[in-house]
Every structure is written in structure tokens, then in C-alpha cells.
Design a protein around this ligand. Structure first.
Ligand code: NAP
Length: 353
């Protein structure tokens, strides 16, 4: 490890999101993985033995012989802890790591609604990172918890930010088509999903997240609090037989209705706030707008910008609301592991580690 690199750990390292962390952290310019943690099932084993690798890129050499440790603050010593734990486990473990002084960058939903917890997509609400100062004061922690949103909210909220800045968004009606990898491994059984669509994700919990999380991210940081955006959401969430890449079909009502061409221009012109523009994981571009009538498509467009770019297409007039479009985002990269790494880079860049 070079002296300038920051030691980081991955909790839930053997899972679907954990594997993305390991892949994206291979040769990261700022971060060095020093610990991999998982459940008792895996602890004590070499990573290559304990893990059923499911990504379509090879397992990086650096992890193969690392021995998995239990997910506790004694075994895991790192400045940044990336959490790919399920909610019920994250509930307990993430505060313990923050208390022990680590910056926890979490994928879990446990603390996203916390008043002093940033729910971040740096390309739209980088300023919300400053909530960690309030969190540290409230909790007496030297570490902190920073969260990224659920993977279905991610791409949609980035597109909505560009439209909200330019024309004011009032209402959103959204229908998701969510990839299988979003359910972890092994996820949904093949007999349930082949030749099928399941119109319910996470027992209805997904819709609640998609209807609430964008309001926090599109909200304003006022002093030490976020004022939720005054936007009404209605969401249907569906699991479909796609491996990676969540698609959302959205219709929006705008305060200042405009022609689709103006919306396309606003989406294309959208730039991240300065502090989030030049980080190692910054999406380049933030939003890519496709002109073809049959794009975006998960298989063709999910790896745009190394999986960090939000891809929008089919921007057109909506006969009931004002405008409709399709948005695609890579759920385990921009929607999960890449999101937490980008958040950690912002923490470092803002001197908040
Ligand atoms: N998949 C996505 O697209 C996506 C997107 C955004 C957010 N998320 C969120 O990310 C989190 C992880 O999702 P996933 O899809 O990666 O799940 P997953 O594939 O089921 O992996 C779960 C991981 O947690 C570990 N684990 C289980 N019990 C543990 C315990 N008691 N202590 C420590 N580690 C434990 C597992 O280790 P073992 O192998 O040892 O059991 C495994 O490494 C969830 O909160 C999910 O909601 C997922």
C-alpha cells in the first residue's frame, strides 16, 4: 500500500454488491482494500474459496488469497468501511463501525431516512454531505454513516434533478423494470422469473423507497436539515428477466411545461456540482441522452461511462402529465457499489474523513 492510499474494508464482501466493490476497488487510485468481511459461513476461508463469483469480469488477483474476517470492529480496521450488508444486519453493525471511528459508506436502507444521515448521489446533491458534521455532533462519533439510495431511485432521481433545476418537477409517475442482480445471489428462482414478470419487489417495500428517497435527495439542505422536495411520487416496481440494469419509465408534471426538445437539452447540459465533478468515480457524462426510438436498453447501454452514467431516452410529450421518458442505470455499479465509492471519494475531497 502506498503511504497516500486510504485503507478500506468491504462488509458483505462475498455477495452480489460486495463483488462489485472488489472489482471497482481493484487499482483504485485512493483506496486500498485491507479487510474483507462476511458471515460466519465464510469467515476464516480464503476469498476465492468462500465466494461464488458471479460477475462477468474475472475475480481480481488481489483478493483471491485474502482471508475473510468476521464483520466486527476488532477484526476490521479501516478508515472507510463499505457496507453491502442486508438491512437487518446493517442496523446493528453500521453504527458500531461509525462509533469506532470508521466512515461507513452504506448500500443498506437502514439509515437512509435518518435526519442527520446524508442520502447521496454526489452528481446531484453533493452539498448534503455536510450533514455528517451534525451527525457527529449528535452521536458523538468520530466516524459517520453516509448512504446511497436504493438502486431503482438512482437513475430516475438524477434525470429528475436536471428537469427540476430547469422546469420544476411537481409529480412523478414511475414504473420500474428491475434486474435480477438487484435481488442478490441466488435471488429470484429461475422457475419464478423465466417467461415472467413479478409485479412486486421486496414485498412492496421497494415502492415506498422509490416514492420517498428522491424527495430527500431533491430536497434542500437548510442549516442542519434537509427540507424534502415538494414532489408527489407514485411508483410501480417490477422484477424482470434482465441480469443487470434497472429501467424506469417515468411521466412527470412540470411547473413550467416545455417541449421535449428543451427537456433533452436540459438533460444533456446537466453538470455535477463542482466538488463532485473530477473524482475518480465521477460519471462522464452524468447523463447520456439517446435519440434512437428503441434505447436505452439494459444489455446495450448499462456500461455507459463504466456503468456510472445515467442513460435517458424516449423523451416525449405525455398526454396526461407533461413529459415522459425512459431511464436506465446499472444497479450494482451506479446503484450500489460504485455509488458508495463515489460517496467515499466525496467525503475525502471535502476533508470529512
Ligand atoms: N444488488 C443490488 O443491485 C443492490 C443495489 C442497491 C443496494 N443493495 C443493498 O446492498 C445490500 C447487499 O445486497 P446484495 O445483493 O449484495 O446481497 P447478497 O448477495 O445476499 O450478499 C449478502 C452479503 O452479506 C453477508 N452476510 C450475511 N449475513 C451476515 C452477517 N451476519 N454478518 C456479516 N455479513 C453477513 C453475506 O456473506 P456470506 O456469503 O458469508 O453469507 C454476503 O457477503 C443489501 O442491503 C441490498 O438491499 C443491493
Amino acid at each position: 500500500m502506498s503511504s497516500s492510499q486510504i485503507p478500506v474494508a468491504v462488509l458483505g464482501a462475498t455477495g452480489s454488491v460486495g463483488q462489485r466493490f472488489i472489482s471497482l476497488l481493484d487499482n483504485h487510485p485512493w483506496f486500498k482494500v485491507v479487510a474483507l468481511a462476511a458471515s460466519d459461513r465464510s469467515a476464516g476461508q480464503k476469498y476465492s474459496k468462500a465466494t461464488r463469483w458471479v460477475l462477468d469480469v474475472p475475480m481480481p488477483d488481489y483478493v483471491k488469497d485474502m482471508v475473510i474476517v468476521p464483520a466486527d470492529t476488532e477484526a476490521v480496521q479501516a478508515k472507510i468501511v463499505f457496507s453491502a450488508l442486508h438491512t437487518e444486519i446493517a442496523n446493528e453493525l453500521e453504527p458500531a463501525f461509525a462509533k469506532a471511528g470508521a466512515a461507513v459508506c452504506s448500500n443498506a436502507s437502514s439509515y437512509r431516512r435518518g435526519e442527520d444521515v446524508p442520502l447521496l448521489l454526489p452528481e446531484i446533491n453533493a452539498d448534503h454531505i455536510h450533514l455528517v458534521k451534525q451527525q457527529r455532533a449528535n452521536k458523538g462519533w468520530s466516524g459517520c454513516i453516509v448512504t446511497n439510495p436504493n438502486c431503482t431511485s438512482t437513475g430516475m432521481t438524477i434525470a429528475l434533478k436536471a428537469l427540476d433545476n430547469a422546469f420544476g418537477v411537481k409529480k412523478v409517475f414511475a414504473v420500474s423494470l428491475q434486474a435480477l442482480s438487484g435481488a442478490g445471489y441466488p435471488g429470484v428462482s429461475s422457475l419464478d422469473i423465466m417467461d415472467n414478470i413479478i409485479p412486486n419487489v421486496a414485498n412492496g417495500g421497494e415502492e415506498e423507497k422509490v416514492e420517498w428517497e428522491p424527495r430527500k435527495m431533491l430536497g434542500k439542505l437548510n442549516g442542519n436539515k434537509i427540507e424534502l422536495a415538494d414532489i408527489k411520487f407514485s411508483a410501480h416496481t417490477n422484477r424482470v428477466a434482465v441480469i443487470d440494469g434497472h429501467t424506469v419509465c417515468a411521466s412527470v408534471a412540470l411547473a413550467n411545461p416545455i417541449e421535449p426538445e428543451a427537456a433533452i437539452q436540459a438533460l444533456r447540459d446537466y453538470c455535477a456540482p463542482e466538488s463532485a465533478r473530477e473524482l475518480p468515480s465521477s460519471p462522464r457524462p452524468v447523463i447520456s441522452v439517446r435519440d434512437e426510438a428503441d434505447r436505452p436498453q439494459p444489455r446495450l447501454d448499462r456500461l455507459n461511462g463504466n456503468g456510472m452514467t445515467t442513460v435517458v431516452g424516449r423523451v416525449r410529450r405525455d398526454p396526461i402529465l407533461d413529459l415522459k421518458f425512459v431511464v436506465l442505470s446499472h444497479n450494482t455499479i451506479r446503484g450500489a457499489a460504485g455509488a458508495s465509492i463515489y460517496n467515499a471519494e466525496l467525503l475525502v475531497n471535502e476533508g470529512l474523513l
